[in-house]
Design a protein around this ligand. Structure first.
Ligand SMILES: NC(=O)c1ccc[n+]([C@@H]2O[C@H](COP(=O)([O-])OP(=O)(O)OC[C@H]3O[C@@H](n4cnc5c(N)ncnc54)[C@H](O)[C@@H]3O)[C@@H](O)[C@H]2O)c1
Length: 442
């Protein structure tokens, strides 16, 4: 066991819980503090309130070792040496990141601790935030109690536990070298680059990374349009591009676009940071525009084939923003489903991780008229079309012949390019992927 005590504020959330359980398994006494009392109660019993592969096991072993504590009482943090802030930074209506949770967390930690604490901000915050928080703590006469470090998080939901153990890099922005050293010393596997830099650079590395990933996806989706018009096949085009070592293969898949709690939110926030700096960001605006357009294109494809959607029965496969999670925050699937419902379609949904039981908890009264299916085939039964929105591996394994026999009208619009068009055509399915031109699709 290490002799540092660690606090994680927002320790019940997607980032904080992985951080807290991971640190406990490294031997740090870790206190995960969260305002969500219901989640804390479940976590104290070893129940993880959302799906993340491998996380329940990590939490349960942390509880068993007695190195992991869950609490909704801030006083429990009074003796920690290091406190991570992992609270949310949701988008405000104009795209700016809402920083209230982070500000409250920083103030609460500094007010609670009995000795000087290092506060490491893992939340994604706009450039200038750490400097501003530091100034804010000074104005509250709390700067003697707390020193700020920017330590952005790069995990991806669905592979978060693996990402904790195998980070691509560790970024530490600090004005105080000792504090930077402390954060770097917590966990830095050999071979993993550690960059110690300024607050501003650390904050910009996070936004630059996420915006760049978003740009790649939008670029490929843009190229996908030309493929559709010209008889090309974006799957082959992006594969060919990805072999270039200067480009690489990841984030080059065409489809219905990116979504979820990070890429779109961070892109919007970065655009607003440019605006606040008096600068334009047309490249980022275009990426956002293309991404929004992808959501309309899949619905347009349904309309082109079916005509008016009023009264049409559509099966939707996938609700989570990506496979491996049950997270619905800012998912692309809901705006697409909304378009279908508003056009008068009767929508039946399936998702391997989300059920009618979890739906009301997550989405309250949103789209109450949705129907639920317990399997993809059940969803397809008697429908006028099937629309695929999330690339769950089990959808890839669906049998085209069985799908055809379930559907009343054999139309599949695939927003994730999971199938071989020729195999679908061989079964008599009218298959429309993204970026697959007519010649390529034959
Ligand atoms: N989810 C991801 O994949 C991911 C990846 C990298 C970075 N991030 C960033 O990490 C941050 C957290 O994201 P998340 O997805 O874990 O959010 P989340 O909503 O899952 O978790 C945030 C948690 O903070 C708690 N909280 C809010 N204010 C609090 C306070 N004052 N005191 C104690 N607890 C408080 C909430 O109850 C919630 O459980 C965001 O800035 C996000 O952009 C997220």
């Amino acid at each position: 066991m290490h002799n540092l005590a660690v606090g994680v504020v927002g320790g019940g959330g997607h980032v904080g819980l992985v951080q807290a359980a991971g640190l406990a398994s490294l031997g740090y006494y870790t206190i995960a503090y969260d305002l969500n009392a219901a989640w804390i109660k479940e976590l104290q019993k070893g129940n993880v309130p959302f799906y993340e592969p491998g996380l329940a096991e990590l939490v349960q072993s942390g509880l068993k070792s007695k190195l992991l504590e869950f609490t909704n009482k801030i006083e429990r943090l009074k003796k920690v040496d290091l406190a991570y802030i992992c609270t949310g930074t949701p988008s405000l209506p104009g795209g700016r990141a809402e920083l209230l949770q982070v500000e409250n967390a920083a103030t609460a930690i500094a007010r609670t601790v009995q000795k000087r604490v290092v506060i490491a901000v893992k939340s994604t915050v706009p450039v200038g935030t750490a400097r501003r928080l530091s100034r804010m703590l000074g104005q509250l006469h709390l700067s003697e109690k707390a020193v700020l470090v920017s330590n952005p998080e790069f995990l991806s939901e669905g592979s978060a536990v693996n990402d904790f153990w195998h980070p691509s890099r560790i970024i530490i922005g600090a004005a105080d070298p000792e504090a930077a050293e402390m954060v770097a010393g917590i966990y830095a596997p050999p071979q993993v680059p550690v960059i110690k830099t300024s607050w501003e650079n650390a904050e910009l590395i996070k936004y630059g990374s996420n915006a760049f990933l978003a740009l790649r996806i939008s670029f490929v989706n843009l190229l996908a349009r030309l493929c559709e018009k010209s008889g090309g096949d974006i799957r082959v085009v992006s594969k060919g591009m990805g072999f270039d070592p200067r480009i690489g293969p990841s984030y080059l898949e065409a489809g219905v676009g990116f979504s979820g709690p990070c890429l779109e939110k961070d892109l919007r926030s970065l655009i607003s940071q440019f605006q606040d700096a008096g600068e334009e960001a047309p490249l980022l605006e275009a990426a956002l525009y293309i991404n929004q357009r992808q959501r309309h294109l899949v619905v347009s494809k349904l309309k082109e084939s079916l005509g008016d959607l009023k009264g049409k029965k559509i099966a939707v496969l996938g609700l989570a923003f990506k496979p491996g999670t049950d997270d619905l925050r800012d998912t692309h699937t809901l705006p697409v489903i909304e378009q279908l419902v508003f056009a008068g379609a009767e929508v039946t949904v399936h998702d391997p991780m989300l059920t009618l039981i979890s739906w009301p908890r997550q989405m309250s009264a949103f789209l109450p008229d949705l129907r639920w299916a317990s399997s993809p085939y059940e969803a397809a039964e008697g429908k006028d079309a099937l629309l695929i929105l999330t690339a769950w591996p089990e959808y890839r394994d669906l049998d085209p012949a069985k799908l055809k026999s379930c559907l009343a009208n054999p139309l599949v619009v695939d927003g994730r390019n999971l199938f071989e068009p020729a195999a679908m055509a061989a079964q008599g399915i009218d298959y429309l992927g993204v970026g697959i031109g007519t010649e390529a699709g034959r």
